[in-house]
Design a protein around this ligand. Structure first.
Ligand code: SF4
Length: 417
């Protein structure tokens, strides 16, 4: 609500006053329409085209919009470029609320207009920006090119140039995104389609049999046994660093109880038969896990100074935490496999949502372990002792369960049957 909005009430009744109001409208609209400052905000691929529109080839500055602002308080145009999820919707609305009026919204691309292909079979996508905000101009396309964005900008400019203080810009309303059980709807749709498909197939088969009574299928389903598979020769990779046997001998000097994973007996003969281009895969106890890794990190012969990954495997009755390390100087890699029994003291019905095992954290040795161990915690529900910041990294903090566990059965996330 600006001062100009009062002018018609004062000037219109005066002879010649209407001209003055028209003139003020013209000047104000001209200024607004030619200096639209967009907020820097893109949600997915459409944003790439939006960004390229500000580069030298397209040069959005020609339209007075050269300054993409990092703060909503300095912007008056909200270009929504990409898919909007239901979790993101409140943030989008908050940003819109923080833009001072008069403000305008451009919905760029199919996803912003209607949720695009992501709306279907998906529980999390908003069916178009207009469900949550008042949108002034929609630009179709997937993605729309910068030329299309400029067309949208010019359309908006046209709209602004026709505004008048007699019917001033008004804010419009934000609305909550539609929330309904789309997953349930999708499952029903699939079930119907499957049924139609089965019925059509049965009909087609019956018709074919009728028309070709002599036909006999030569197809015989066969299951190939492991023994029947041909021997595939190992294609050796480049050998870097110390061979597995030598690395293992160094380990054995200080940690005699450590074994090679998958090897019944760590005799020199067996060790030398291990492919020299593969990482050494060690089975370690919880007691040896940290001291062994620290030893191999510091020993000048091994120098395992780079943490490639920390991951885990759920073997149903136990977990394996697997730390993968490498020496950047020497090139060899060593995997450390720590088997953890699952906590049996937890009631059966609570197991799927409980932390079931605990491993020592590598954070004190490798700063990079922090996020990798958080991922294992997030996906498997394995606790890491002395981790400085152990919390979920990908999933919501109130997410129930651990998706990479064999016992994970979230009804809305896993489609069954
Ligand atoms: S409309 Fe196409 S390009 Fe734009 S966000 Fe959706 S999928 Fe990506």
């Amino acid at each position: 609500m600006g001062v100009t909005n009062f002018l018609p009430k004062i000037l219109d009744p005066i002879p010649g006053g209407k001209y003055a109001v028209n003139m003020v409208d013209y000047v104000v609209n001209w200024a607004r329409a030619n200096s639209l400052w967009p907020l820097t905000y893109g949600t997915s691929c459409c944003a790439i085209e939006m960004m390229s529109s500000s580069m030298a080839r397209y040069d959005i500055a020609r339209f007075g919009s050269e300054v993409f602002r990092a703060s909503p308080r300095q912007a008056d145009l909200f270009i929504l470029a990409g898919t909007i999820t239901e979790r993101m919707a409140p943030a989008v609305q908050m940003l819109w609320e923080q833009i001072p009026g008069p403000k305008y919204v451009i919905g760029m691309g199919a996803c912003t207009i209607s949720g695009g292909p992501f709306y279907y079979n998906n529980y999390s996508v908003v069916r178009g920006a207009a469900e949550i905000l008042p949108v002034d101009v929609f630009i179709p396309g997937c993605p729309p090119r910068p030329e299309a964005l400029f067309h949208g900008l010019l359309t908006l400019r046209d709209k602004i140039l026709h505004e008048t203080s007699r019917d001033p810009w008004h804010e419009g309303e934000i609305t909550a995104p539609e929330t309904k059980d789309r997953w349930g709807e999708a499952s029903q749709a699939w079930a119907t389609l499957e049924k139609i498909k089965d019925e059509e197939m049965a009909e087609a088969r019956a018709k074919f049999k009728e028309e070709n009574p002599e036909y006999k299928s030569s197809y015989k389903p066969a299951r190939v046994t492991k023994e029947e598979f041909p021997e595939v020769p190992h294609n050796p990779g480049k050998i870097v660093g110390l061979p597995q046997a030598e690395l293992f001998n160094i380990v054995q000097e200080k940690f005699p109880s450590v074994t090679v994973y998958g090897l019944e007996n760590s005799s020199q003969e067996n060790l030398e038969a291990l492919p020299a281009d593969m990482p050494l895969d060690l089975q370690v106890s919880k007691k040896d896990y940290l001291p062994l890794i620290q030893f191999l990190k510091e020993d000048p012969r091994t120098l395992l100074n780079f943490l490639i990954d920390v991951t885990a495997v759920d073997w149903v009755d136990h977990f394996d935490v697997v730390a993968q390390l490498m020496s950047l100087e020497k090139g060899h890699k060593v995997f450390f496999r720590l088997s953890l029994t699952k906590d049996d003291s937890i009631a059966e019905e609570k197991k799927a949502t409980s932390i079931l095992a605990s491993a020592p954290s590598l954070c004190a040795l490798y700063a990079g372990a922090e996020w990798k161990e958080r991922e294992v915690y997030d996906m498997f529900g394995i606790h890491f002792e002395k981790h400085p910041d152990l919390r979920r990294i990908f999933l919501d903090k109130d997410f129930v369960g651990y998706p990479l566990r064999k016992d994970f059965t979230h009804p809305h996330i896993i489609r069954r049957g």
